[in-house]
Write a protein that binds this ligand. Sequence first.
Ligand SMILES: *Cc1c(COP(=O)(O)O)cnc(C)c1O
Ligand code: SF4
Length: 365
Amino acid sequence: MIANKTMEAELLKERPEEWRALAKESITRAEELAKHLNISVEEIKEVAGVYPMRISRYYLSLIENENDAIWKQCVPDARELKDDVGVADPLFEEKDSPVEGLTHRYPDRVLLLVSNDCANYCRFCTRKRRIGKPFRKITREQIAECISYIREHSEIRDVLVSGGDPLMLEDSEIEHILKELRSIEHVEIIRIGTRVPCTLPQRITPELCAMLRRYHPLYINVHFNHPKELTPQSKRALELLANAGIPLGNQSVLLRGVNDNPEVMMDLNRKLLKMRVKPYYIYQCDLVRGTEHFRTKVENGIKIIESLRGFTSGLAVPQFVIDAPCGGGKIPISPNYIVKRTKKGIIMRNYENKVFSYPEPEMET
Ligand SMILES: *Cc1c(COP(=O)(O)O)cnc(C)c1O
Ligand code: SF4
């Protein structure tokens, strides 16, 4: 597998278009996966029949041991079918949707879904209900309707382009969407949410970056969950994006047995910063049907933030959030540093648990 990786990198130097071939070669059949991993074909078939499987050969090559952090994120698991806690659309993304494919929840920004495809189908995905399902394919007409909605709502100043993965579209299709959005005067910033720098870094080509940089101010949020995902290939992809002047943020999902521990998160967030990616959010796992085995206690997320704050660069500390069920939106969950509040001031503790007080100004009443 290691030999494969270098070969891929060599191929790409000569043929930047290679990413399409790599995407096509992704593993989608249980029999094929069984050639690489010690799995039960029957079990995988049963699960993938409900929630499709797709694993890029690149991502597969990162698996080192059975059931390690990479394996858990991409290999179907029988527990996905035994979950009766979660629901299909816990965040009411479809209920809060004025036009199919667009969610308008906050006053000044919207979520625009432009693709239903990803390089990998993550087993913990919040949009598990639709990812990889052909009947949920997003059409050009649908996207055009969403863009009309944005055009008609002058309060929208920030458009978050997501999916699936928007970067699974052809460069020309991505450019069409960006051009349309940029033609709307009230749209100030555009953001793209993508996982390909992690799951198919070969997709980030100099050509793509040359196109993207014409649509600034453009932000990209990537999605890395574990330091093992930060390979030389991902580093190269992130470098190309950052060199195109695109500010990069990272969103992680807190996953049981993958990254629900302070050491792993410290390592991940420091390594991201080295690659010019600012850790943005850590999400508590949503109540999505089929992902119960990934959920971990909220307390673990708080402990992770406490273990970062003060102990490493403030830049490496993301905001821990719970996306509230039923469309409540993202709610920040933070460790409590206030020990006591009095009329005179506040008593607080620092990261080392030392107590300090800060007097309030004396106000005229
Ligand atoms: C996450 C999200 C946003 C963006 O939220 P920020 O906190 O601004 O990053 C916008 N709309 C929807 C529906 C979202 O889920
Ligand atoms: S890349 Fe994102 S949208 Fe696609 S399956 Fe993974 S988490 Fe879901």
